[in-house]
Write a protein that binds this ligand. Sequence first.
Ligand code: NDP
Length: 328
Amino acid sequence: MFNALVVEKDAESGKTSAAVKELSLDDLPEGEVTVAVEYSTVNYKDGLCIGPGGGLVRNYPHVPGIDFAGTVEASSDARYKAGDKVVLTGWRVGEAHWGGYSQKARVKADWLVPLPGGLDTRAAMAVGTAGFTAMLAVMALEDHGIKDGPVLVTGAAGGVGSVATAILAHLGHEVAAVTGRPETGDYLKGLGATQIVAREELNETVKRPLEAEMWGGCVDAVGGEMLARLLGQMKYGASVSAVGLAGGAGLPATVIPFLLRGVNLLGIDSVMQPYDNRVRAWERIAKDLPMDKLEAMVQPAVLSDLPGLGRDILKGQVKGRVVVDVNA
Ligand code: NDP
């Protein structure tokens, strides 16, 4: 028997509830690899899945947790053997397939990546889906060329924003970190931000489609009006990696920044990344994310903390990365 956070839906009221329960290996879904999970994390999507509406959950009862790292316990796939350290992000695990808020998980071998050298399972989950996505966003900016001038990071004190700030600073870029929480200024400067931009400065509705050229690139975790506004502030030919929608799914923008400034809007999806891309991104993380900065982002948690943390992340109140020790 082992422990997991199980979300159940009441058939009559349609309401969901989450609680730590005991499960057996027979309860786990099908898959070639059984993993003894060590750490998982709390991402925005997890908040949706744990929360009262059930968010993105496709089947009940459900074990959420969109990412995990641990040790292979059994495998019928030749690529993995007992004792291998592995990490998983994406593939709708924690939404359509039981995820990482559990001491055991069973998944398809294709969804796993061997833990890259230089990272242990805890560090891999301090990075987690948010950090993996931040790396994909930086790689997309690099592929299109980062222009001179500060790189803007929105939702900077959150998971994606914190890791993007640390990576970009480590790579030698000036980083302008946008936050709605002024009290996180010292934290963001510690991660390498050179400039703190108040959320209000960017949150106003677009008044003019083009403003002064300011930013050499952008990792945007917020979307909505903020994304619309910053498009008009990008330098000529600069790119925006659009990662998230913490500030809204609408995009009240004009086409002018694309037509007159050659701005590139790059969509980043971490869920369906092919194996080779995932391996490349994890290798870059091991190389370009300073471990002392990663440690500064970590808030530790245990399975029973998850319902509360799910609510906090949806309110934008989580700083950095929550790392869940599922065995504590
Ligand atoms: P977090 O909650 O950790 O961070 C989001 C941050 O956005 C908050 O910390 C806050 O930062 C800011 N924010 C929150 N609400 C608002 C608002 N109304 N207006 C402006 N800013 C706001 O979430 P994550 O970093 O884990 O994820 C960020 C987004 O990226 C989410 O939408 C998530 O779903 C998405 N995502 C997408 C992925 C992909 O594959 N494309 C993968 C992972 C995440 P501050 O306090 O500093 O202002």
